[in-house]
Design a protein around this ligand. Structure first.
Ligand code: FES
Length: 108
């Protein structure tokens, strides 16, 4: 098990997190106000931009992200650190926009 440092840019918050724990679970333990909802990689509420460092997040498990987005955004409910990290909480991938589109009009 390896411990890494996770810094949240712009907040002054820093936690340690092992490569066996999700970043969200450590945030909750430390009382950090990381948003979340589903905790299974679907809703994107827990998204953070990866400013520096690497995370381990199974793309198949982090189903809310495309493969490209998974290189830039961490779903903190799924992601485990693979290096020291700098994350920007509350940054969401472009695909979240797809969830806000108006439904197609029904054919008559
Ligand atoms: S809490 Fe829903 S994707 Fe992480």
């Amino acid at each position: 098990m390896t411990e890494y440092t996770v810094e949240f840019v712009g907040t002054g918050e820093t936690i340690t997190c092992s490569d066996k724990q999700t970043i969200l679970s450590r945030c909750l333990e430390e009382g950090i106000a990381q948003e979340y909802s589903c905790r299974v990689g679907m809703c994107l509420a827990c998204s953070a931009e990866i400013v520096d460092g690497e995370v381990e997040q199974q793309v198949a498990a982090a189903r809310g992200l495309t493969e490209e987005e998974a290189e830039t955004y961490a779903l903190t409910c799924m992601a485990r650190p693979a290096s020291d990290l700098k994350l920007d909480r509350g940054k969401y991938p472009p695909s979240i926009e797809n969830d806000t589109e108006e439904p197609a009009a029904a054919d008559d």
